[in-house]
Design a protein around this ligand. Sequence first.
Ligand code: URP
Ligand code: ZN
Ligand code: ZN
Length: 457
Amino acid sequence: MSIIIKGGTIVTPRKSYISDIKIKGEKIEEIGLDLKDDNAEIINAEGRLVFPGFIDSHTHLDLDTGYTKTSDNFKTGTAAAIKGGTTTILDFATQNRGESLKEAVGNWHNLSKGISSCDYGFHMAITHWNEEVKSELGKMKDQGITSYKAYMAYDNLRISDGEIYDILKALKEYGGLLGVHCENGDLVNTMIREQIKRGNTSPKGHPLSRPNIVEAEAVSRFIDIAYLADAPIYIVHLSTKEALEEVIKARRRGQKVYVETCPQYLLLQDKLYFLENFEGAKYVLSPPLRKKEDCESLWRALSEGDIDMIGTDHCSFNFHSQKTLGFKDFSKIPNGIPGVEHRPVLMYTYGVMEGRITKEQMCSLLSEMPAKLFSMYPLKGALEVGSYGDIVIWDENYQGNISSTNQIQKVDYTPYEGFKTLGRAEKVFLRGTLVVDEGRIVKENYGRYIKRGEADD
Ligand code: URP
Ligand code: ZN
Ligand code: ZN
């Protein structure tokens, strides 16, 4: 049976307009005014916005850090995503050192298959690089992996600058975009030791050990490596004004540099590390939260089109049982915060409703750009004939309140506790099937693996 979504305001990055959308099977069959089909189910969307399903291109679900595991797995994390209007996530399939990429992807399929409520794909995080790993890149592409991540920080994950250069060159041959976690890991290690030696063992020590320049230096170095390799790059979770300036400089000299930031770097600030009772641990993630001027410069960059995407870097650890691993030493606090459930409503409330970005820009940042950059467009990230029926009917007037007591992401706190919100994903369609209605999940486990790159063929 077909579905006709009637009379909503369709939002695209270029314009918003009132129209009907007809979905047949998994895909959009027709867009136009006064669509008719006696056999179709009619969904009234008058007075509502209609967005292409949102894409979160940065999550860590069921991630084992070696000493603890994220509290959200694919079951709970993707349910939280779909409830908020995110129809697709890209998670980081992370290679254990010594493991092949094939094994790593296999592990991630095992973790996600059959239990995911939104669609999902994998970036491949390379933590161990050699000729054998290089020889696997072609097969990765065949399996729908078109993007990679490398780390410049974290001793168990980081690789060298030379290896990053090699990967960039190899990806030119095999296809694929490399994103990098940009922090100078060596400096971070030394600065952590320095803070601990001074007796700064509480969460206050975290931002002190990772100041802005630690990110800006790494961003600038990554850009230089990419210049030498003559390759496009993507910078994940950019957090500082200084790093943004490096990106803008590089673009001026003609480099292709794509940038993601996250809601936490727009809405939260480093004063939270000073909260009493170890509460600052809730905000320990890397890069750390920054200052007001950094937030303002990122908002400005969003409105001027200098930042391409907003992901969450959802990486949840319970405050009471996991963040406490670092009670005596902030460097042992597992790094990461939750956010996959709340990104769309945060961006709508504090971006669109506060006049910092337009709804069309929100559509670009949360849907179209991640789809384009990660080889899913126009099957995903678009409301066009032939696109998947991944559709969010957005109620602009809904008033909410973010709280750990009403969230479904499986973690005992939210960094946005008490934030008032406007708007919500009232109905969500995933490939033509209604999976969220009245803001509640009505169909679970409907997500499937998205083999990326198919739209490019
Ligand atoms: O602190 C963070 N961001 N944890 C998740 C892993 C990463 O660095 O992206
Ligand atoms: Zn990272
Ligand atoms: Zn991450």
